[in-house]
Structure formats: C-alpha cells, structure tokens
Ligand binder design. Structure first.
Ligand SMILES: [Zn+2]
Length: 308
C-alpha cells in the first residue's frame, strides 16, 4: 500500500491506495501555503496513523532532481525548500515527489485513456496550459524538474513587419505571461487565453464556456476566434508529437469538456505532424480528480513493478 497526496495551492487531497488502485480513508485538508512548518505538520498529521507506509506526492510544482529543492508558485512556503528530505525526516518514512502534470500523464498511461501506450503526452487545457510526459512508461526528470511543459515558451513571435489584413489573424500580439515571458501558449490556449483571444479577435467579453458554445453553434465571431486558437495550439502540439513520439494525448482541464474541441484539435494536429495517421491522437482524459493520486502511485516501484 501507499499513502498518496495530490497537493495544489488550495487543498491537499490524501488517500491510502491499495495495490488494486482502490482509494481508502480519502480526505481533503487546506494546503498551508505561507508557513513551511504548518505544511509539514499537516502532512505529518495525515501520515501519522500509517507508520512506515511510503508517501508519494503529486505537487503543483517541480522538484529539481539535482538539488531536491522545490519550486511551487502557488505554495510559496515550499520554494527553495528540500521538501522531500524534510518530510521524510518529520514523517519517518520514504517520500517521493512528482510534478502533478507528470502524475496526470502517468495515471492516464497506467489506468486511463492512454492505457497500454508507452509514450504519452498529457495535455491540460485548464485556466492555463500544462503538460506532463511519460517516455517508455516512465516519467522523465528534466532540467530543473521540468518536463512536458509546453505552456511556457514563446508560441507567438513578434512580426518583423506589418502584414496585410489577410494575414492579421495570424499576428496575435505578444500577451505578457505570468512566467515573465511574453507570447507563451499559456497566454492563448487555456480558458483565460481563449477569452483574451476572443476579445482581441473582435468578440465581446465572454466566458470560455460561452465562446465554445457559440463556436459549436456556428457563430461567425467565435469561429474566427477558434481558428486562431486552433492555429497556435495545434502548432505547439504538433511539435510535441514530433519530438516525443507520443502515440496518444489524453486531454484534461475545463476546455476538455468540449468533445468538439478535442475532435477539431486532434484533426488540426494530425494535419501538421510528420507522420500522417488516421487514428485519433487526442482523447479526453478519464481519471478526473483521481489522476494526481493515482499517478503518484507510479513515482516508485512499490505499486508499479511493470513500466506503465
Ligand atoms: Zn509563460
């Protein structure tokens, strides 16, 4: 058995996980974000009834594989802290930590929409854009702990000259991004990005849900917005598919509730990758709120003897 926690900026979702994937004693507590002693105390209290059982954590952040230090934008008290070492000491057990998007990809590869696939890119189209990556059934500890992160590199580049009006649709401005850069895919392709794009393309301020509904109804303005959204999102994903060799892309997050969006994005991506395929690559993720905890079970060999 394992103890697994999915830790975000608001809540810690915690459960005892049986070898068959069954979750028991599941509980949710607020995440202490301002004080690391409170954070460690919360995990210590959750683990106390289960002495010796390893703790696996999916966290909204990254752990540098070289230094063991964590960077978690929404849990500032952990930044630069060697969280695994501290938790291991205070809870008296083996602790492993993985990025929550990587855990999502691991979970979908082992239990969900990508079951049976060796190379899996997991795409999250939520408030922003995230991604996790499984290579040959395993997560890949990248530079600084980052792997599969397609949301935060420039997807939009500054045009060298003013193009004619016909090309204007492709000349999306360099919107500033929370990561400090400008023009990241995150500024366009998540729910907030889609809303921003819609206004830029001449639409009224609408929720992402409303824009997608209008698009599915054939609204001209929403169709214009979505053509730009599709251009940039499919381009970034085509790079990902060509580079990673992923054979399936489970899609999670609020925008994934639109089957029409997944279908259209899938077709746009398959039109732009190097090797044509008639098989859909994008699928809606299956595991929902359980993905973090189930993916955390795959962070070590205890319950993941076979590669995912
Ligand atoms: Zn960014």
């Amino acid at each position: 058995m394992l103890l697994c926690a999915d830790i975000g900026g608001s809540f810690i979702d915690f459960a005892l996980v049986h070898p068959d994937g069954r979750l028991e004693h599941r509980q949710t507590v607020p995440t202490p974000v301002a004080d690391s002693e409170n954070f460690i105390g919360a995990l210590k209290a959750l683990c106390a009834p289960y002495p010796g059982i390893p703790l696996h954590i999916a966290i909204a952040g990254v752990e540098d594989p070289l230094t063991g230090r964590v960077n978690a934008a929404n849990i500032p008290c952990l930044n630069t802290l060697a969280v695994r070492e501290q938790l291991s000491h205070h809870t008296q057990r083996l602790v492993r930590i993985g990025n929550d998007a990587d855990c999502f990809a691991l979970a979908e590869a082992r239990f969900g929409a990508a079951k049976g696939h060796r190379n899996v890119f997991g795409l999250i189209l939520g408030t922003g854009v995230g991604g996790g990556f499984v290579l040959d059934g395993q997560r890949v500890p990248g530079l600084g702990g980052v792997t599969g992160e397609l949301g935060h590199a420039p997807a939009v580049i500054a045009p060298p000259f003013l193009a004619d009006p016909e090309e204007a649709l492709s000349l999306v401005p360099l919107f500033p991004c929370g990561c400090g850069q400008s023009g990241c895919l995150d500024t366009l392709a998540g729910a907030r990005g889609l809303e921003r794009l819609h206004v830029w393309a001449g639409g009224r301020a609408e929720t992402s849900h409303a824009i997608l509904t209008l698009w599915e109804q054939g609204d001209a303005q929403a169709t214009k917005t979505m053509s730009v959204w599709m251009l940039y999102t499919s381009a970034a994903l085509a790079h990902v598919i060509n580079i990673t060799g992923s054979t399936v892309v489970p899609v999670a997050g609020g925008l994934s509730n639109s089957a029409a969006l997944i279908d259209a994005l899938d077709r746009a991506v398959r039109d732009r990758i190097l090797v044509p395929t008639t098989q859909p690559l994008l699928r809606r993720a299956m595991l929902g709120k359980n993905a973090g905890i189930l993916g955390a079970t795959c962070l070590g060999p205890e319950m993941c003897h076979e590669p995912c």
